[in-house]
Design a protein around this ligand. Structure first.
Ligand code: GAL
Length: 380
C-alpha cells in the first residue's frame, strides 16, 4: 500500500478515536431539570423515586429501576455514584429482585422509593423501601428493610412488614385510642368520615397488624437517630417513626402528621435546628401542588404552610412529585429538591427534576430553572 494512503488512514483512525474519547468523557457541569440524563455508559439513568446517600466523599443515588411497559420491579433498586452530583456512574443493581416465587421481592412485586442510610454503630448500609407484594396491587403497604456492608450493595432483604404493630402514636389522645367506632360506620369521603380519620379510625383499624407504609423517606438527625417517614392510613396521614440504634427496627415511638391531610412523597431536611418537609397531595402518577410542613422537633408539632413552589408551573410542582431533599456536602444551607416526572405509560422515560431549595424569609422556595449549577448556592 502506498505510504501516503496509509498515513491518511492512521490520521482518520486517530481522529475517530479522539472524538469518541471526547464524546464519552464529556462531563456535565449543570443540571437540566426534566431533560434526559445519561450515566457514564451513555445510558439513561434509571433510578426513579430515588434518594441520595453521601458517604466518604461520594454520593450514591438509589432508585427504582423502571422498564418500558410496567411499573413493577423486574430488576430491583439501582445505584449510581458521583463525586460532583452532575456526572453519575452506573454501580449496577444494589437490591436485586428474586427469582423465587416465595420471596416478598420476587420479580413483579412493587418496589418503590428506596432510601439508604449509613449506620455508624454497626457500619452497615440500611435500605428502606415501599414494598407491595406481587399480585396484590397496593394492598400490602409494607416497608422492606435490606442491609449491605458496602454502599453499592448487594443488599439483602432482612424483613418486610407493616410498621409498629400494637403501638399507639405518641400524639393520639386516650379518648382517640379508646374510641369504639368502626370503619363500616362511615361512608368514605363524607365530612363525618374525615373527622373520624382525624380521630384515628384507621390507626385503630390497623393497631394489631401494624400501620400501613407506602410513599416513604428516611432521615438521620444530628444525634444519629434515624426516622422512617411514610404515608400511612390509606395515604391519608403521614407518620414519623423513630428507628432503633441499628436502624433495623422501630423503638415504638411515632407520631401522626396532618391527620387526613392526604400527604404523599415526603422529603425532609433540617436547617438551623428546624425541620422542613415537602410533600405532595395524592393524585397517583399525576403531579399536583406541593405542600410544606415545618417543626421544631422531628417528633413534635408539625405546621402546614402553602406550596413552596412559585412561578409558572408551581401549581403542579413543575410537573413533578417530590422524592428526596439532598444536602450538598461542604456547602452551607445548600439543599437540592429531587422530584420525579412520572411517565406511567412508558415508565423508563420518567424524568428527574432537581431544583435548588432557595430561602426567602427563612422559608424554602422552589423556582423553575431550565438549567443551573451548584454556584446558585454561593449567590446568597
Ligand atoms: C404515587 C406515588 C408513587 C406510586 C404511584 C402509584 O402517588 O407517589 O410512588 O406509588 O402513586 O400509583
Amino acid at each position: 500500500m502506498n505510504m501516503k494512503i496509509l498515513n491518511y488512514k492512521y490520521l482518520i483512525i486517530t481522529l475517530a478515536a479522539f472524538f469518541a474519547f471526547v464524546h464519552v468523557r464529556a462531563q456535565e457541569t449543570e443540571f437540566h431539570p426534566g431533560k434526559l440524563w445519561f450515566d457514564n455508559n451513555q445510558r439513561l439513568i434509571n433510578a426513579h423515586g430515588g434518594g441520595v446517600l453521601y458517604h466518604e466523599g461520594q454520593y450514591y443515588w438509589f432508585g427504582e429501576h423502571k422498564g418500558e411497559r410496567s411499573n413493577a420491579a423486574w430488576v430491583g433498586v439501582t445505584c449510581y455514584s458521583s463525586s460532583d452530583l452532575y456526572n453519575w456512574s452506573d454501580e449496577g443493581v444494589a437490591l436485586a429482585v428474586s427469582k423465587d416465587n416465595t420471596s416478598p421481592i420476587v420479580a413483579g412485586s412493587t418496589i418503590e422509593r428506596p432510601k439508604v442510610i449509613y449506620n455508624e454503630t454497626t457500619g452497615k448500609f440500611v435500605m428502606y423501601f415501599h414494598l407491595e407484594l406481587k399480585g396484590q396491587g397496593y394492598e400490602a403497604a409494607h416497608v422492606g428493610v435490606a442491609v449491605s456492608d458496602k454502599p453499592t450493595g448487594p443488599y439483602e432483604l432482612v424483613k418486610n412488614d407493616r410498621v409498629n404493630p400494637g403501638e399507639w402514636p405518641l400524639n393520639m389522645t386516650e379518648a382517640q385510642r379508646n374510641a369504639t367506632d368502626k370503619v363500616e360506620d362511615y361512608e368514605w369521603w363524607t365530612p363525618e368520615w374525615t373527622k373520624a380519620i382525624e380521630n384515628g379510625l384507621f390507626v385503630r383499624r390497623d393497631f394489631e397488624s401494624g400501620q400501613m407504609s407506602r410513599d416513604m423517606t428516611l432521615f438521620v438527625d444530628d444525634d444519629q437517630k434515624g426516622y422512617h417517614i411514610y404515608s400511612s392510613e390509606d395515604n391519608l396521614t403521614l407518620h414519623i417513626a423513630e428507628l432503633t440504634e441499628d436502624y433495623l427496627s422501630y423503638t415504638g415511638k411515632y407520631i401522626r402528621i396532618a391527620p387526613a391531610g392526604h400527604n404523599e412523597a415526603p422529603a425532609i431536611f433540617k436547617k438551623d435546628g428546624k425541620y422542613f418537609m415537602i410533600t405532595s397531595g395524592c393524585t397517583g402518577w399525576d403531579p399536583n401542588e406541593a405542600r410544606l410542613l415545618t417543626a421544631d422537633h422531628v417528633l413534635g408539632e408539625w405546621t402546614l404552610h402553602p406550596n413552596p413552589a412559585v412561578g409558572k408551573g408551581a401549581e403542579l410542582t413543575f410537573h413533578s412529585q417530590s422524592t428526596y431533599i439532598l444536602p450538598v456536602a461542604g456547602k452551607k444551607d445548600a439543599f437540592i429538591f429531587m422530584a420525579d416526572r412520572w411517565r406511567p405509560e412508558n415508565p423508563i422515560d420518567g424524568r428527574y427534576v432537581w431544583l435548588p431549595v432557595l430561602f426567602e424569609d427563612g422559608m424554602p422556595v422552589l423556582k423553575w430553572f431550565n438549567k443551573w449549577d451548584l454556584s446558585v448556592f454561593d449567590e446568597k
